[in-house]
Design a protein around this ligand. Sequence first.
Ligand SMILES: [Ca+2]
Length: 256
Amino acid sequence: MKKTIVLCAMLLGIATAQFPSLGGAAAAMPFNGKVFTSDPSGLLKGAPYLEIVSYYGYIKPGTAPDAVVNGKKTYYLYVWIPLAANEMGLRMLSPAQGKPAKADFVSSTWKEGEADKANCFDTWIQLERSTIVTAADITKDKVASATWFNFGNNDDSSELPANCKGQKYNSVLRYTSQLSDPLKMLVIGLYRVGFTTYKVGEVQGTFLAQAAFSIKIPGVVVGTDLEVIQKQALADLEKAKKGAKDAKDKADKKKK
Ligand SMILES: [Ca+2]
């Protein structure tokens, strides 16, 4: 009986974590992949991403950038991907839409950001993959000495709602794993999203960043604090190992 309850709780936990979490108004923004499927209306469109991981953040005035790239204050959002993927969608909009759901990642400045209704920034995003492929290596030192591979960038996309100034200046990027080149594949590893504003100057406003996948990938972690990301990634790894062991034990028991 007890075992059943624990198993049910685990299954529920996994189901919740895997379900795309789109809080509030964000739910009204479909996010489809590149892979085209025909729909009943006869129009072609990409199939919806099955896994969408959200991060709600706020850049307050005077926040020190993580880097200055081409004279622009650049901030990094790290994304840990525990499974290889065929495609990754990435989008960022400012101001953020909706409110964080329970499964969403939220920055420590988010509460402050909710009060800032006046500001938004013209987003610009860049996706990079690092040489870090194990959770154990998600440390400040390793990240500082890692090599980063540029997977592309985006400035403006018309598919997202307009920003606080009525401009369609938010960003969307879709990246397909390139199996012919190991350096361009979406493997297990630590990625980062460099973001800034298109124009040189201050970055201020709330934002919603989402990483999306065509397959279910439980355990994607998004954040700015490497220690927190590593802790979560290691905990997820232990949970997955335990889940696999429990499943094997159960199968072995059935055989007997
Ligand atoms: Ca833009």
